[in-house]
Design a protein around this ligand. Structure first.
Ligand code: ADP
Length: 496
């Protein structure tokens, strides 16, 4: 598994959680798993033991650059899985020993193309080393997002003739099509690829280099993180300009929903909470709500408490939440918002919160513990995303008995069962969803949720159905493995 971030070594977002958890699940299923990531300063900061594994001379458009590969001894849980899990970092301090993974102070590093092209090329050299020196054959090369997509191109081009990689198949998982790795055309030579590949049929995208597109065209298998998102990205509305390319490869595209780390996100043993709770004893949830109100300076009243935890961006539909706050405040409800993001959204939420003291609270920081406490203390969780490849927050909400109110898109559509008379009768409802990206639709949906909230027994049925969902990784990991086995059996369907 090759990724630009992996929990617990380096993280900026959900990608790291997914790769870290999935690697363990594959190992649990008995597979021999090797994870490779760059050695950022963040990786070193944890103090895990690192031992030298090898040195590589990595060819780049600028000549050979040396990479040091080290094996990292992570937390004990990571190495005890039956199949074995090994973690390697690629070191080249000029590129990676920096405060950020991709950016600093909101600005992308100007050499991100050089950094991740180098990383991909180093990974390919390492795989050759594994095969030739250690007789460690790579069956499946599992890549994630634009930062590692180029490996799929290398496998079918520069490294095609390598005996040790002959039967290797590449899988690219798209976690968010909104980020494609777009760079000016003049950088292309640095990839070392034939100029013939700089065409619209391969890596060119309207005159620029598009690394994710290269992966989509060349990978043997494509996955994305929910079934609905896998269909949405084939449409012009959600395809971010790549829908045609994706449609051309839809026969190898599969949507597999993410799981959650059920150890970390468990209300019965969550260290961040004021009181534990579970379906058999929900009294702790009421205590969590009171503690949250106190922590955020909200009035100590038993009124519906709505939570939002998100990057404050247009993707997350935070503008829709902002738009309905004045209307919402006509009702007897409270709102807790945790998030950082676009400065203008931060400013708007801050002003609104100041206008409703004791009723609207904003914490404009990244605070892992508070995220847990909002998931536990709120009654409902609002997630009106414009698009959502999978979404983790609504999964945590389900587990914490906090009913999600979501826009019906991507993974939200796949993981939240909307309230209708029929779904309720069948005891299948786990939340509330709406279709249009509009503030009115969000408000109408919330009004319905609030009316059901008043019927305590009905509400508890919805809470219970959510808490009983199996959100663990086990099922999804098995689906990945089945697809891997299929692609190993049927061979390459990627471009060659
Ligand atoms: P995305 O990866 O698109 O941001 P997800 O819902 O998949 O959205 O995952 C977001 C993760 O980040 C969740 O675990 C959520 O709790 C966490 N998160 C987002 N903003 C904050 C914040 N300000 N403080 C703490 N955790 C946050």
């Amino acid at each position: 598994m090759v990724s630009s971030e992996v929990v617990p070594y380096a993280k900026t977002g959900g990608l790291a959680d997914v790769v870290g958890a999935l690697a363990i699940e594959f190992a649990k299923l008995g597979h021999e798993v090797c994870v490779i990531l760059p050695c950022y300063r963040q990786v070193e900061s944890h103090g895990y033991q690192m031992t030298d594994y090898t040195r590589l001379s990595v060819p780049t458009g600028d000549g050979l650059i040396e990479a040091r590969v080290q094996e990292v001894a992570g937390p004990p849980s990571r190495v005890m899985e039956p199949g074995g899990l090994r973690v390697f970092v690629v070191r080249h301090d000029q590129y990676f020993a920096r405060p950020g993974l991709y950016q600093e102070a909101g600005l992308d590093y100007p050499d991100n193309f050089d950094r991740f092209v180098f990383f991909c090329r180093a990974v390919m050299e390492l795989l050759v080393h594994f095969g030739e020196k250690d007789r460690w054959q790579t069956d499946v090369l599992h890549l994630h997002d634009w930062q590692t997509a180029l490996c799929a191109v290398y496998l079918r081009t520069i490294y095609q003739a390598k005996a040790s990689l002959k039967s290797t198949r590449s899988v690219l998982t798209i976690h968010n099509l909104g980020y494609q790795g777009l760079f000016p055309a003049e950088h292309f030579a640095l990839t070392g690829l034939s100029p013939e590949l700089f065409t619209p049929a391969a890596l060119e995208f309207y005159g620029a280099v598009n690394l994710l597109k290269g992966g989509i065209v060349f990978a043997d298998l494509l996955t994305t993180v929910s079934p609905t998102y896998s269909h949405e990205i084939q449409t012009s509305e959600y395809g971010c300009g790549l829908d045609g390319v994706i449609r051309a490869r839809k026969h190898v595209l599969h949507g597999i929903v993410n799981g959650i780390d059920a150890e970390i996100w468990d209300p019965a043993k969550d260290v961040h909470l004021a009181a534990p709770y579970s379906l058999s004893d929900m009294s702790g949830k009421a205590r969590c709500k009171k503690a949250l109100q106190q922590e955020l300076g909200l009035h100590q009243q038993n009124v519906p408490l709505l939570g939002v935890i998100a990057r404050l961006t247009s993707q997350k539909g935070i503008d829709l939440v902002i738009e309905i706050i004045p209307e919402l405040m006509e009702l007897n409800v409270q709102l807790a918002i945790l998030g950082t993001g676009d400065v203008h959204y931060e400013q708007q939420v801050r002003e609104l919160a100041a206008g409703y003291p004791g009723r609207v609270a904003l914490r404009n920081v990244f605070d892992e513990g508070l995220a847990h406490r909002i998931e536990a203390g709120a009654d409902m969780f609002i997630m009106p995303s414009r698009y959502e490849p999978c979404g983790l927050s609504q999964l945590y909400s389900l587990r914490y008995g906090t009913v999600p109110v979501v826009r019906k898109t991507g993974g939200l559509a796949d993981t939240v069962v909307n309230y209708t008379p029929r779904t309720f009768k069948e005891s299948r409802v786990t939340g509330f969803s709406f279709a249009d990206t509009s503030a009115t639709s969000l408000l109408t949906c919330l009004l319905l949720a609030l009316s059901v909230y008043r019927k305590k027994a009905d509400w508890q049925r919805i809470v219970t159905a959510g808490m009983e969902q199996d959100l663990s990784w086990a099922r999804s990991a098995e689906i990945y493995v089945q697809l891997f086995e299929d692609v190993l059996r049927t061979g390459s369907e990627g471009k060659s």
